[in-house]
Structures are given as structure tokens and as C-alpha cells.
Design a protein. Structure first.
Length: 305
């Protein structure tokens, strides 16, 4: 009887070569070599633009049995997630950005890449992937998927400012943008439905977390769990600028949830409306409210420790 060798698992690495201050290309090449040496048939795609990335993702989704791997930061993960959800492909993350909040929320040690690549290869060789929740964001007819934090208000304005700052990276850029935004930010009046309960009022920010952090480690929804079938909502009330300046450092420790300014909820569906506000998800600009946000429990198969 002729022996037929088992087919090697296959993976497509979609890399942001500019991630991590330009380290993304090197990390992608090294990761491909490591996975190939571990027995994974690997294709590396390094698109030069967002449009090229979307086109490459469309081609990568031709084989649903292939693992779709995002190599970059949260923005790259966000783009790859859209393709994974459209194709039902299994997904993985090689953290190579400056923030890597989604990777951290999944329990990936972002400082031990070699060890994580070995675990990834083991999972793929064993044909294993873990089910996690995904956030579905609806803006009219448009559907967007998120793994991390959906937010609107002051933090979204900070994101807008941070995107225009090119000399700083990671948390330092976010903090600098935060301090700059404090001088000009205007509050918004929100109408919010959390499951079946309705709320209205001005807010500094509203964050909806499937993941726990954004901005390179700011634990805005510190108790969020990607596998509990719920979204964590953090509502921060309006406050004077001096109070905000004293309050914000607590977010890095996750202790802000005990502050009188903060109210937290857990829910499956949230609707947010406000004039003049902007919504961000996974650090990416989504658009103006109204938005309807809901959890899709166990909707994504992903590699995790």
C-alpha cells in the first residue's frame, strides 16, 4: 500500500510592513521562516496600501481551510478580521504594532514572539482554533466587525488627533494627543440604549469593549472577556478639564471604574446616537453615530494560547 503524506496546514500572512515603526516587514519575514520550519505552508503578502491590502485579502480568502494571519498592530488585525468574518476563515495574530491591544486581550505575550510562533504552529498542525466573540457594528446598511474596543467621545477625538501625529509612537503618541485634545474638546449629548434600557446625557466618552484595552494598554474596559457572550460598557460622565487630567492615568491601571465619574454596564446590544460625534473601533475610524453594536458570541475561530 502506498503511503500518502499528510498535507501540510497552510497559512497566509497579511503583513503591514510599516507597523511598529517600520519593523513590520522584518517581523513578517522572520515569522514566515519560523512557521515554514515548523511545518506550515506559508504565503506572505505585504500590501503597499490599504486598498492593496483589501484586494490581497480577497485573494487570500479563496481557500477557507487556510489560516488567515494578521501581522501588524490593531489596525491590521481589524482589516484582516473583516475578511475572516466574510469567509469564515480561521484567524491568527502575529503582534507587530506599537499598541497590540487585541493580541494582549487574547492572552498573547507580545514580548515573546518566538514562543508564540511555536504555539501558533502547534495549534495549526493540530487543526485547533478557539471560538471567541466578535462585535458587530451596524451603520445603516454597512456592517463592520471589531475584536477590541468600540468608542466615541473624547477618546475618539484623541484618536483623530493621534492619527495626525507621526513623530511619536504607541502610548506616547496617545498621551500627547490626549493632552492636546483637552484644550479643545467639546462634549456631546448622547442617546444610548443598553439592551432594553434607555439613557440620555452628556458624556466625556462611551466605550464598548469586547477586548479590554486600547491606546497601547489603557484598560478602559478592564473586565471585558472575549469569550463571555457579553460586551462591557464604560460610560465616563462629563467633568472639568482638571478632573479629567487627574482621572485619565487611572485608566492605565483599570482602577477608573471605581471613580464616581464612571458607570459600567454589561450587555448584548447597544445603540448610540449623538450629533457631531465620531465612532472608532480597534483604533480605526468607523464614522458618525447612530450605530448599533451587538455581540456575536463565538463567531470567530482564532489561534490563541
Amino acid at each position: 500500500m502506498q503511503h500518502v503524506a499528510a498535507e501540510r496546514p497552510s497559512a497566509v500572512i497579511v503583513a503591514n510592513q510599516h507597523a511598529g515603526g517600520g519593523r513590520g516587514a522584518r517581523i513578517a519575514r522572520e515569522s514566515r521562516v519560523a512557521l515554514e520550519n515548523a511545518g506550515i505552508s506559508t504565503t506572505l503578502v505585504q500590501p503597499a496600501s490599504l486598498a492593496a491590502m483589501k484586494a490581497a485579502l480577497g485573494e487570500a480568502c479563496a481557500d477557507p481551510d487556510t489560516f488567515l494571519i494578521a501581522c501588524g498592530g490593531d489596525g491590521t488585525v481589524h482589516q484582516v478580521l473583516q475578511a475572516a468574518m466574510a469567509s469564515s476563515m480561521r484567524m491568527g495574530i502575529i503582534p507587530a504594532g506599537t499598541g497590540n491591544d487585541i493580541a494582549r486581550a487574547l492572552g498573547i505575550d507580545v514580548k515573546a514572539r518566538s514562543a508564540w510562533l511555536r504555539i501558533m504552529a502547534e495549534r495549526m498542525l493540530a487543526n485547533e482554533a478557539t471560538l471567541v466573540d466578535v462585535t458587530q457594528i451596524s451603520l445603516g446598511e454597512e456592517q463592520v466587525w471589531s475584536l477590541g474596543v468600540v468608542s466615541t467621545g473624547f477618546d475618539s477625538a484623541v484618536n483623530e488627533r493621534a492619527d495626525r501625529m507621526t513623530r511619536l509612537r504607541g502610548t506616547a503618541r496617545y498621551v500627547a494627543a490626549l493632552l492636546g485634545e483637552l484644550r479643545t474638546f467639546a462634549l456631546h449629548d448622547y442617546q444610548v440604549t443598553i439592551d432594553e434600557d434607555r439613557y440620555a446625557g452628556s458624556a466625556l466618552l462611551i466605550a464598548i469593549g469586547n477586548g479590554s484595552s486600547y491606546g497601547g494598554g489603557m484598560l478602559i474596559c478592564p473586565h471585558a472577556d472575549m469569550a463571555d457572550g457579553l460586551l462591557d460598557v464604560t460610560w465616563v460622565a462629563a467633568a472639568p478639564r482638571r478632573t479629567v487630567l487627574r482621572f485619565f492615568p487611572r485608566i492605565f491601571r483599570g482602577t477608573h471604574v471605581d471613580h464616581p465619574l464612571v458607570t459600567t454596564y454589561r450587555a448584548r446590544e447597544i445603540t448610540v446616537a449623538a450629533d457631531g460625534a465620531i465612532v472608532y473601533a480597534d483604533g480605526e475610524r468607523i464614522g458618525p453615530p447612530p450605530v448599533h453594536v451587538r455581540v456575536r458570541a463565538g463567531a470567530l475561530r482564532i489561534l490563541r494560547p
